[in-house]
Design a protein around this ligand. Structure first.
Ligand code: AMP
Length: 281
């Protein structure tokens, strides 16, 4: 496994790889590190279908708000490298902020995510978050020029906004959505779970339980969003639910769910930690 910390080294590798292996495909897995089995599932998906897998590990400052946890965000360089090497990753790209944003002025985002999708839900409480996400994702796409890039359905809004950017800008790559990985009890894996106490984790299990209750209700034939939300909120009673919405892939609220185009998104705050989960129907 090779580890690159500069954009120059990465670019040199990509140029050589592409000229020496014109038929071979490159898979990119963008992450912020503190890797867990959720990230690993994306890495494995890339290893399965691409000839060369590049994992980026970069805690991107432009997607964090002023009062958010950029400085506290877990950084586990050695453990992450071990996970990547063991999985069989070819390249890890772990740049410093100064590599990705060489001038302070470049910390201003230059690309605006479409407001209708970016200023709602996560974007409502995290102003500018998706501009920062798109800024770094576009930088990574331009540096790596991957054939495929792998993103988790766990961050549903992020995935949909990235897919929209790729479509709108005719970017020459495929976005591969990957299923949510959960622990044995159903809690969606997240680097931020590390902030929770054991009792916080027990409370957090009710989030996936609420989505399971919705799945069962859908299987019983219930299609009405209001009723499905009521069922989910019953399971979450007593918890601080920041939002629970039933939307289409443009993130617009819908009254009746429709197969293959409906998303149920929930954010619950437990012990000050915002926990996201969702159900793609
Ligand atoms: P992050 O390091 O949080 O930026 O996540 C990097 C990628 O891993 C994103 O595409 C996430 O959606 C994905 N991811 C994080 N947690 C999970 C999970 N539990 N299951 C599947 N994908 C995940």
């Amino acid at each position: 496994m090779q580890i690159f910390t500069t954009t120059q080294d990465l670019r040199t590798f990509i140029c050589q790889f592409k000229s020496q292996n014109p038929q071979k495909t490159i898979g990119l897995v963008p992450t912020m590190g503190a890797l867990h089995k959720g990230h690993l599932s994306l890495i494995e998906a890339s290893l399965t279908v691409c000839d060369c897998t590049i994992v980026s590990i970069f805690v991107n400052p432009t997607q964090f708000g002023e009062n958010e946890d950029f400085n506290q965000y877990p950084r586990k360089k050695e453990a992450d490298l071990h996970i990547c090497a063991k999985a069989g990753v070819e390249i890890v790209f772990m740049p410093e902020v100064s590599q990705m944003y060489p001038l302070d002025s470049t910390l201003q985002t230059t690309f605006n995510a479409p407001a209708a999708m970016a200023n709602v839900l996560e974007g409502k409480t995290r102003q500018g978050h998706f501009n920062g996400v798109l800024q770094v994702v576009l930088k990574l796409f331009n540096l790596v020029r991957p054939d495929k890039a792998f993103f988790g359905r766990k961050d549903a809004q992020q995935l949909l906004i990235i897919q929209k950017m790729v479509q709108d800008l005719f970017l020459p790559l495929e976005i591969v959505p990957c299923p949510i990985v959960r622990n044995e009890e159903g809690l969606a894996l997240s680097s931020r779970n590390a902030y929770l106490s054991p009792s916080g984790i027990t409370q957090a299990l009710r989030i996936s339980a609420s989505l399971n209750a919705v799945t069962k209700a859908i299987m019983r034939g219930i299609k009405d969003s209001y009723e499905l939300k009521r069922i989910a909120l019953e399971v979450l009673e007593g918890l601080e639910v920041e939002y629970l919405v039933i939307v289409n892939h443009e993130l617009q609220n819908i009254e009746q769910i429709q197969k293959n185009s409906t998303l149920i998104l929930v954010v619950v705050r437990i012990e000050g930690v915002r926990l996201l989960d969702n159900l793609w129907f």
